[in-house]
Design a protein around this ligand. Structure first.
Ligand code: PBG
Length: 331
């Protein structure tokens, strides 16, 4: 008789532990919980600008009262942190960006409002000049160039005011060189030694930020692009060097941004540095997923699956516009 050409049974039957929900639960490797989420919100000071953002269906620009309600909702859902992005009056944007360190700008008012409403909720900020810059850049523009060191001085002023307003976590998203060291030193010297820095360390020059720029009213404004300070999407080693540098300069946590297209970077950052690692599922990623769900092309489960993928890739947490919806699904 001819010898069998395949073994009579598979050596390994991985399907054994997939047979039912309890068996699957026993071998689940990563989890997703509300504690893994940071919820980015947009807060506006412009009358009439509140409401849905066209390129981010389901996401609204909030008033200060709306921000207070969002904070209560986050606390109810077990989301530990909210990240504030200001939408400011176009007429108040200047080349010199002084509104950026005004204690009464809308971002700083939102910090105070949220800390008054839900003191224990962690408030994260954004540090960059773009919401207040007439040309939409994260740094000062001098003769067509985004100047580094002068920008860092302004970022320090922003940071100290945000810390004074009660921010728990500062999020420098500007990608200037040397800003983490400068911020850390200023915070220590001015008595804010417990204010944390979550550095946008590996931030790529991405077209996925488009809807965000609509949300903060910067899209029509941006002169040129951000390629002289954000990382080339082709580069991996450079992103790792940015993370190493920011940790050495005193960042408590680091971020990779955008998220899903950069999961390879997330995994490598976690493996190499073993520091608290976050990813930002940015506005364009939100728009793609939410758009497809609304069109009926994808089911809502893709929200959870996309966030779980970050956890599998080693992220401790994810900034996501889906945060409240997902926390509700998980409840
Ligand atoms: C700018 C900033 C951006 C985002 C967060 N902070 C956009 C940019 O760099 O142009 C993007 C977030 C998103 O797309 O959801 N300081």
């Amino acid at each position: 008789m001819a010898r069998p050409i395949i073994a009579p049974f598979p050596a390994t039957r991985l399907r054994r532990m997939r047979r039912n929900a309890n068996l699957r639960a026993m071998v689940t490797e990563t989890g997703l919980a509300p504690a893994n989420l940071i919820w980015p919100i947009f807060v506006t000071e412009v009358a009439g600008a509140e409401g849905e953002i066209a390129s981010m269906p389901g996401v609204e620009r909030l008033t200060l009262d709306g921000a207070r309600r969002a904070a209560e909702r986050a606390a109810r859902l077990g989301i530990p942190a909210i990240c504030i992005f200001p939408h400011s009056d176009q007429d108040l944007k200047t080349e010199t960006c002084e509104r950026a360190w005004d204690p009464d700008n809308i971002g700083n008012r939102a910090i105070r409002a949220i800390k008054e409403t839900v003191p224990e909720l962690a408030v994260m900020t954004d540090i960059a000049l773009d919401p207040y810059n007439i040309n939409g850049h994260d740094g000062f523009v001098v003769d067509g160039e985004i100047v580094n060191d002068e920008t860092v001085e302004a970022l320090v002023k922003m940071a100290l005011v945000q810390a004074e307003c009660g921010a728990d976590i500062l999020g420098p998203s500007d990608m200037m060189d040397g800003r983490i060291g400068a911020l850390r030193m200023a915070l220590e010297l001015d008595g804010y030694r417990d204010v944390a820095i979550l550095s946008y360390a590996a931030k790529f020059a991405s077209a996925f930020y488009g809807p965000f720029r609509d949300a903060v009213g910067a899209s029509g404004r941006l002169v040129g692009d951000k390629k002289t300070y954000q990382i080339n999407p082709a580069n991996r080693a450079e992103a790792l060097r940015c993370v190493a540098r920011d940790l050495a300069e005193g960042a408590d946590m680091v971020m990779v941004k955008p998220g899903l297209p950069y999961l390879d970077i997330c995994r490598e950052v976690k493996d190499r540095f073993d520091a608290p690692t976050f990813a930002y599922q940015v506005s364009g990623e939100y728009a793609m997923i939410e758009g497809a769900i609304r069109a009926g092309w994808l089911s809502r489960e893709v929200m959870l699956e996309s966030l779980l993928a970050f956890r599998r890739a080693g992220c401790d947490g994810i900034l996501s516009y889906f945060a409240p919806a997902v926390a509700e699904m998980l409840a």
